[in-house]
Design a protein around this ligand. Structure first.
Ligand code: BGP
Length: 475
């Protein structure tokens, strides 16, 4: 197997709303994800069609306790260190630092929590890689302003960024502005706290909100560099290239259009302007995104330093897609690819697709990449006190091989690799605990029952060897 450079950042990834819990501890205000329930109503709240105020009184909200990393982070970080993590990608909960989002001053208890958390990582020489906003917006900003529908969110977001950039200057060298910024087009309430009123054109609302996030991202990039010239700021895309279902030119064109639906965001954040195809598309849709004088200069002058992305699988489309055989797969609709196997949740498994996606992203942006999510959500069973997740080892081994080929054979510069859900956490799309990704098992079920006890899976020692060998020993 091919080795990766000694400074390669091997690690793991989580998100505050899926692991911390402590949803109202330490002065934290409610976030938008805190009103997304587990169960049949989840999807409707996530896509903005079901008002969370109308949920049944006995709804269960998995983010409230999640896996209680808020109280157990020292134990968890010690386990990450035991695996040899060089970095750890996690997110701050915005409403832990600005409970309503409108405060003049940050909540010191919230800043102190993340300061202790980061100091614990640094104690083990683990590089903190921080997602500034991983879906969760202070609920108050959604209730008062409609979240990212309002341009006011830009200033609230920048106030939050100013507080964390200053507090963690010199300690956090890698920031990323929004997790899977393209998610707001597919699950608008999960992705950006957006829901729709009668008479609103949802697509126009989403593109306007996207513009606000894109301007906020560019201004945050500028602010970060002003406060700490040594830090790097990335964008973050839910990636996974679209294949055409056939060599029919119409299918090929459909795949290009679907890829552009995702790359649009990164085109703006990395190349600094709305691409012509996007301007033409908005024109065709009759959508006029409201921009202020100076917005285009801000976008142009403040592009990101690296491209972070999640990859779970490639996708498949056609001019006339047949979704009767639709597969699961990180939210975006995809036809089932007959050449690929799938997970228990229907997410298809395509390691070579990672190499293809990495090459496409690097060809397009010519900036270093960072794989900040990759992994297999699966049902793990505890049998005689052991969790034998060979299927997860197989998935990760093949994706690491593909990643190493992109680096060593194709010359794609890659900063690091942080498999998703390095410890079992709440699934974003399903709200389940049953859909496990971790090297570390957490005793908790979908309904919230369990001891929260942590247990090493078979993949824990496997990944420890992978890291120790620099990616050479994939066993
Ligand atoms: C991405 C999110 C993560 C994570 C991942 C896995 O969209 O960035 O938060 O949840 O998907 O998806 P799921 O948890 O739905 O299996």
């Amino acid at each position: 197997m091919s080795k990766l450079p000694d400074n390669f950042l091997w690690g793991g990834a989580t998100a505050a709303n899926q692991c911390e819990g402590g949803y109202n501890a330490g002065g934290k205000g409610p976030g938008t994800v805190d009103v997304i329930p587990w169960g049949p109503n989840r999807r409707g709240v996530m896509d903005g069609t079901l008002d969370y105020h109308d949920l049944p009184g006995d709804s269960y909200f998995p983010s409230h306790e999640a896996v209680d990393m808020y109280h157990r982070y020292k134990e968890d970080i010690a386990l990450f260190a035991e695996m040899g993590f060089k970095c750890y990608r996690f997110s701050f909960a915005w409403s832990r630092i600005f409970p309503t989002g409108e405060e003049e001053e940050p909540n010191e208890e919230g800043l102190k929590f993340y300061e202790d958390f980061i100091n614990e990582l640094i104690k083990y020489q683990i590089e903190p890689v921080v997602t500034i906003c991983h879906f969760d917006v202070p609920l108050h900003l959604e209730q008062k302003y409609g979240s990212w529908k309002s341009r006011k969110l830009i200033d609230f977001y920048l106030k939050y960024c100013d507080a964390i950039f200053k507090r963690f200057k010199g300690k956090v060298k890698y920031w990323m502005t929004f997790n899977e910024i393209n998610m707001l087009m597919h699950l608008p309430f999960l992705g950006a706290g957006i829901s729709f009123k009668a008479g609103e054109n949802p697509e126009a609302v989403k593109y306007q909100a996207a513009h606000h996030e894109l301007v906020a991202s560019a201004l945050a990039t500028r602010l970060a560099h002003e406060i700490d010239p040594d830090c790097q700021v990335g964008c973050m895309l839910a990636a996974g290239t679209f294949y055409p279902y056939s060599c029919n030119p119409e299918d090929v064109w459909a795949a290009l259009e679907r890829d552009r639906g995702n790359y649009f965001f990164i085109d703006v954040q990395s190349r600094g302007a709305y691409p012509n195809y996007a301007k033409k598309l908005l024109e065709k849709k009759g959508i006029a995104v409201a921009m202020e004088p100076g917005d285009e200069a801000v976008l142009k002058e403040n592009t990101v330093d690296y491209i972070a992305f999640s990859y779970y699988s490639s996708r498949l489309t056609a001019a006339n897609p047949d979704y009767s055989t639709m597969t699961g797969g990180n939210v975006m609709k995809s036809m089932r690819n007959p050449h690929l196997k799938a997970s228990e949740w229907g997410w298809q498994i395509d390691p070579l697709g990672l190499r293809t996606t990495m090459n496409q992203l690097y060809d397009r942006y010519q900036k270093p990449l960072f794989i900040v999510e990759n992994g297999l959500g699966a049902v793990d069973e505890v049998v005689n006190g052991e969790i034998n997740d060979d299927y997860r080892i197989d998935y990760l081994r093949e994706h690491i091989k593909a990643m190493e080929a992109a680096v060593n054979e194709d010359g794609v510069p890659l900063i690091g690799y942080t498999p998703w859900g390095c410890i079992d956490i709440v699934s974003a799309s399903s709200g389940e605990m049953k859909k496990r990704y971790g090297f570390i098992y957490v005793d908790k079920d979908n309904e919230g029952h369990g001891s929260l006890k942590r247990m090493k899976k078979k993949s824990f020692d496997w990944y420890k060897k992978v890291i120790a060998s620099g990616g050479e020993e994939l066993g």
